[in-house]
Design a protein around this ligand. Structure first.
Ligand SMILES: Nc1ncnc2c1ncn2[C@@H]1O[C@H](COP(=O)(O)OP(=O)(O)OP(=O)(O)O)[C@@H](O)[C@H]1O
Ligand SMILES: [Mg+2]
Length: 485
């Protein structure tokens, strides 16, 4: 009975013709097909025919066994009957679609059940065949499905490769400059050499420092960041090197310094230009000998710390003016990584914007998909004096404001829409601005660029914070010339 059926089926299968000429043999040899059918005769027939065509074929005699097999992985394509007891073909299909990565499914339905076939496709089947079908037809469908699947996984692979190339941890960068930075980070991560990271405020220096740490053998040990400009000179010394009880008036107990805390790991010395001259020899000593001497002691501790320093200043000026010791500079600057301003790497702007959008939207629980074309144009035309930090602030603000699915021009701050004059100073001259007025505009612009952060604005302006506060108070008291009131 089975063999009678088999010969009947065989007679329906005309010999494969055209597809054999297509270079499918290689694809076929590597493709694993699972045949799911409760009808033993059909199962055996399909297995034999498909193996004959060069496929690797496994069989399952019901939906449950089929699903189990798919879950174990390695199945590229499922050819499944629909009408089966317990888990039928449609249920199986639904379950298979939830498996990652899910194989393509071709369903076989009985004559007269076109509705079922359509439902199968709606559920995500690649295609359907109606019994009785010709073997040729099945082979053609299988080859098409496998070709499409191969193409799709190639797209996924390429996309992954591109995104891998465009990022390093949290660092996004498509520009040649950032690609070079990524490559430097990877190369330098494994060595204990000191690294000096230079670049304007907001270009990502701290993120780079963290990436170096995270990619090296010290990643399981601490990464300790110190901002040399944020800590008063007297405190900085005891913060860095530690102190013994009684070393100064507030030193009630012994305290370990940050160098000891970072032992085995990385110490990130941010704003290194602000390192007080008096502390520089001590720092040099640690870099040279790995020895720390806490304040108020004669005891010397050995530490193994990798130092990464960063600055947004032109260190040549500090060297020239004697504010930075040459020998320390050479010790710190074994490898230098420079981060160019964002306006010089326009390829990075949109990928960064999209990265920040995705992150802020998730945090805010908003279903934002992207930017309108108009908004993209505005963003690309803007010069970002505050670099990546400014872009990040801008996107966060836009996410907070946006109402639709896309961020539009109205969600962007007004400053992005002001037309840039070719020569800002000639405009100022033409406007007849006084030096005070010009200073005020500049200060306000920088403060904007820093998202209102006065500490950072002061840093960028080269002012101390008190001076900035005083100026801002004066501005608040005196309305801008030209504005009402
Ligand atoms: N390439 C980048 N990819 C993703 N985020 C970035 C990138 N560069 C900078 N950022 C983000 O921008 C902000 C500023 O970066 P970071 O604090 O590292 O700048 P910085 O150079 O140390 O600035 P400053 O000199 O003002 O201290 C951070 O929130 C950081 O996450
Ligand atoms: Mg920083």
């Amino acid at each position: 009975m089975a063999s009678a059926r088999r010969s009947a089926l065989r007679s329906m299968a005309s010999p494969p013709s055209t597809i054999d000429q297509v270079p499918t043999t290689r694809v076929r040899a590597r493709a694993a097909i699972l045949v799911v059918d409760d009808d033993a005769a059909m199962r055996d027939y399909l297995k034999e025919e498909l193996e004959h065509e060069g496929f690797t074929v496994e069989v399952a005699n019901d939906g449950r066994a089929g699903l189990e097999r798919v879950k174990r992985g390695g199945v590229d394509l499922v050819v499944s009957d629909v009408k089966m007891p317990e888990i039928d073909g449609l249920d199986l299909l639904r379950e298979i679609r939830a498996v990652e990565p899910c194989p393509y499914v071709i369903t076989i339905t009985a004559f007269g059940s076109i509705d079922t076939a359509i439902r199968a496709v709606k559920l995500g089947a690649y295609d359907f065949l109606i019994k009785p079908f010709e073997m040729d037809r099945l082979l053609l469908t299988i080859d098409k499905a496998l070709a499409e699947r191969a193409l799709r996984s190639e797209v996924v692979r390429l996309r992954e490769e591109v995104s891998r190339r465009d990022r390093l941890d949290n660092l996004i960068g498509r520009s040649p400059a950032m690609q070079e930075v990524f490559s430097l980070i990877r190369r330098v991560a494994g060595s204990p050499a000191s690294v000096l990271i230079t670049g304007d405020s907001g270009t990502g220096k701290e993120l780079v420092a963290r990436a170096i740490h995270a990619h090296g053998p010290r990643k399981a040990r601490p990464f300790v960041a110190v901002n040399c400009s944020a800590i008063p000179e007297t405190l900085l010394e005891s913060e860095l090197f530690g102190y013994a009880r009684g070393a100064h008036s507030t030193a009630r107990t012994d305290r370990e310094g940050l160098f000891v805390e970072a032992d085995g790991g990385t110490l990130f010395l941010d704003e290194i230009a602000e390192m007080p001259l008096l502390l520089q020899p001590k720092l040099l000593r640690i870099l040279q000998d790995g020895e720390v001497r806490p304040l108020g002691t004669n005891k010397v501790e050995r530490v193994d710390v990798r130092v990464i320093a960063a600055t947004n200043r032109d260190l040549a000026v500090y060297l020239r003016d004697g504010q930075l010791r040459q020998d320390l500079y050479y010790r710190l600057n074994v490898v230098q990584i420079h981060l160019p301003p964002l306006r010089g790497r326009s390829e990075d702007v949109l990928p960064l914007a999209e990265h920040f959008l995705a992150r802020s939207a998730t945090r805010a629980g908003k279903a934002l998909r992207g930017f309108t074309e108009e908004a993209k144009k505005i963003i690309l035309a803007y010069t970002f004096p505050g670099n990546v930090r400014e872009l990040e602030n801008m996107v966060e603000r836009a996410v907070a404001l946006a109402e639709g699915e896309l961020i539009g021009p109205d969600d962007l701050p007004p400053v992005t829409r002001e037309r840039k004059s070719q020569d800002r100073l000639s405009t100022a001259v033409a406007q007849g601005l006084t030096l005070d007025q010009l200073e005020r505009e500049y200060i306000e612009r920088v403060l904007d660029a820093e998202g209102g952060n006065k500490t950072r604005a002061a840093l960028r302006l080269g002012l101390d914070r008190k001076t900035l506060y005083r100026k801002l108070e004066e501005y608040a008291a005196a309305p801008k010339p030209g504005s009402d009131g």
